[in-house]
Design a binder for this molecule. Structure first.
Ligand SMILES: [Zn+2]
Length: 234
């Protein structure tokens, strides 16, 4: 599960630093018998959005590996095995509707099934990313890996670094080189990473462009008002 202190609300889409009174979490160690698959640890997270205009809550659960460390004689919580978004049922963030519907549909569906079928989720994410590259950057259609390469010199270096680092993880790189209809095996964390990448580019490209446009329009309207005031003077 992501660091609970740096949190982003699925309802209002605001990034927030959570204070102690914004969230509760707790866990249970599942170590009754000697199970073939090892002991587990279950952790729940209850967060109320600190944005005063939102204040909605989310509830998530994570299942972790749990083992006894004989060196330090302590039980240790290990890797995250699975996580579930209970409320809201998907971790999809709310994005503005000036982003094309087909792109948002793929993104929302990729989020909805990321736990249940990481493979299907990653396939939808890949199609979503391709849709974004073709709509926003008007790239020449090809393999996803080549389409990504086409924007290397056009996009902001920080966004490019994010794309590049996700490409290097596990099977995701292979995923981008394969035909769009080919389903490649990925684990839940990889599927989640692709979703994270889509969220970054939606924000850095579509949302940033719209906000810039609005700022410029705003400046222009202020300038126009000042200009007409000047002209109105005797
Ligand atoms: Zn919120």
């Amino acid at each position: 599960m992501a660091d609970v202190h740096h949190w982003s609300c699925p309802y209002c889409n605001r990034d927030a630093t959570l204070r102690d009174h914004d969230y509760l979490n707790g866990g249970t160690s599942l170590k009754i018998q000697d199970p073939a698959e090892g002991h587990k640890h279950l952790e729940w997270y209850y967060v109320v959005c600190p944005n005063p205009k939102c204040k909605k809550f989310t509830l998530n659960i994570g299942l972790f590996e749990f083992s006894y460390n004989r060196v330090v004689n302590e039980w240790e919580v290990g890797a995250l095995l699975r996580s579930w978004a209970l409320i809201p049922p998907s971790r999809a963030k709310a994005f503005p509707d000036y982003i094309p519907k087909s792109i948002l549909d793929d993104y929302n569906e990729a989020c909805l099934i990321s736990d249940l079928s990481p493979k299907a989720s990653a396939t939808l994410s890949r199609r979503c990313l391709q849709g974004i590259l073709r709509d926003f950057w008007k790239v020449k259609p090809g393999r996803l890996v080549d389409e990504v390469e086409q924007i290397k010199d056009k996009t902001d270096p920080l966004t490019w670094d994010a794309i590049d680092s996700v490409r290097k993880v596990g099977n995701i790189g292979a995923h981008m080189e394969k035909d769009i209809n080919l389903i490649v095996d990925v684990d839940p964390n990889e599927a989640q990473m692709l979703i994270g990448l889509i969220e970054i580019v939606l924000k850095d490209w579509y949302v940033a462009r719209e906000e810039r446009k609005n700022r410029l329009l705003n400046i222009k309207s202020i300038a126009d008002v000042k200009d007409s005031m000047k002209k109105g003077k005797p």
